[in-house]
Design a protein around this ligand. Structure first.
Ligand SMILES: [Zn+2]
Length: 403
């Protein structure tokens, strides 16, 4: 039997500060009374914690909006969204995006650049991201940046941000996180995660899956990534690379995939599969998917057949996932949102035929409510991790680094 020492008062205070900040960050402004109830602490403890966080500039107390109730309204504790922020970056196969996201999850500023598909030179990507980030940081001179997070469209080793494999942009073992940390030189480690994993967390924290503990998020750009949350935890596997559902083989005689295999879900049901099936190889990316969806809606037979086919393959993939994981929800994000909306009947009928009754009867198929921003919001949450774990120490470390 291990006897563990009771946590010191200092340790308890640190945990409570972090817990209070997480409440305000995730659920929005709340009165001290509400926070006391949610956290199971007495009001004088909440008062002291709020005072510490306010002194550090992380929260402020203010009058709530008009409630319509008579009497003196009680003050609410609100995150200092304009003052404390993170930089979130997103590397997709055909776009780079950046956002400044304030504490509390408020998107303050956002930019995006489309890129031609194909191989990306890591140095080009790093300098483009760094210049997007610097531009945003430069506009926020009075605020403090507490983290940088990146969503990446491939397999990432989270502890050091090495991209092990990014098939759609041609990267193998690129020390991406370390290089971007050096290039930005903010005194902050750049955290990197897989885009679909981060999208799954974002949908669970702030999107269509709030509060669910068993959810699968499927993200489509050129490829298809999967983020699988089971029992409230992201499924990582031995190396943290679990959830590569895009390379689940659904068609033995199928189309070649960027990974070297054939008939992978992303080759059949992703953007490229749809574009090829519709014979629209003159365009690429989201614009091509939108054009096909519009053509089908106007009655174009080729576009309709292509969506029908792709929906069928997507349905096989979803049926497999539902049978294996028994999620309560499957969320379609990125371009898969458009593809799913235009082929939902096929996807649902595949799941009805191939899903086992006990698991398919309760699963909900939904589109992302964060839309194209799910991965970026997930990257922001990754960047907030330190300040939400130890708020005062993290701020002290950052301001020491800036002096
Ligand atoms: Zn593949």
């Amino acid at each position: 039997m291990t006897v563990r020492a009771a946590p010191s008062p200092e340790e308890i205070r640190k945990r409570n500060l972090a817990a209070l900040l997480r409440h305000v960050h995730r659920d929005g402004a709340a009165s001290r009374a509400t926070l006391a109830e949610r956290m199971g602490l007495n009001r004088s403890t909440i008062l002291a914690l709020t005072a510490d966080l306010a002194a550090a500039g992380l929260v402020r107390e203010e009058l709530p909006g008009q409630t319509g109730k008579a009497g003196r309204p009680s003050l609410v504790v609100r995150a200092e969204s304009e003052r404390v922020y993170v930089v979130a970056l997103d590397v997709g196969a055909d776009r780079l995006a950046a956002a400044r996201v304030g504490l509390g999850g408020l998107v303050l500023d956002q930019i995006e650049t489309a890129r031609p598909m194909g191989t990306f030179d890591p140095e080009d990507v790093i300098s483009a991201l760094a210049s997007m980030a610097r531009g945003m940081i430069g506009k926020a001179a009075d605020a403090v940046c507490v983290g940088v997070g990146v969503a990446f469209c491939g397999m990432v080793r989270e502890e050091d941000g090495v991209v092990r494999y990014g098939p759609n942009i041609g990267w193998v073992d690129v020390p991406f996180g370390a290089s971007l940390t050096r290039e930005l030189d903010l005194g902050l480690r750049v955290a990197v995660g897989n885009n679909a994993n981060l999208g799954a967390l974002a949908e669970r924290e702030r999107g269509v899956g709030v509060g669910l503990s068993d959810l699968i998020y499927l993200h489509g750009d050129v490829g298809i990534g999967g983020g699988i949350i089971m029992g409230g935890q992201l499924l990582g596997g031995e190396g943290g690379y679990a959830g590569e559902v895009g390379h689940m083989i659904v068609n033995r005689d199928g189309r070649p995939c960027a990974c070297g295999s054939r008939g992978c879900l992303e080759a059949e049901a992703g953007e490229l599969g749809l574009i090829a099936a519709a014979g629209r190889t003159d365009r690429a990316g989201r614009a091509a998917v939108e054009a096909i969806v519009e053509a089908a809606a106007r009655g174009d037979a080729t576009a309709r057949d292509a969506l029908h086919n792709v929906g069928d393959w997507l349905g096989y993939g979803v049926a497999n996932l539902v049978n294996i994981f028994n999620p309560s929800m499957v969320v379609f994000g990125g371009v898969l949102r458009d593809i799913y909306l235009a082929s939902a009947a096929q996807v649902r009928s595949r799941v009805a035929v191939d899903g086992l009754q006990a698991v398919r009867e309760r699963v909900r198929l939904r589109t992302s409510t964060l839309g194209g921003d799910a991965t970026l919001i997930g990257a922001a949450e990754l960047a907030f991790a330190d300040v939400l774990t130890d708020p005062l120490q993290t701020l002290a470390r950052i301001s020491a680094g800036l002096e």
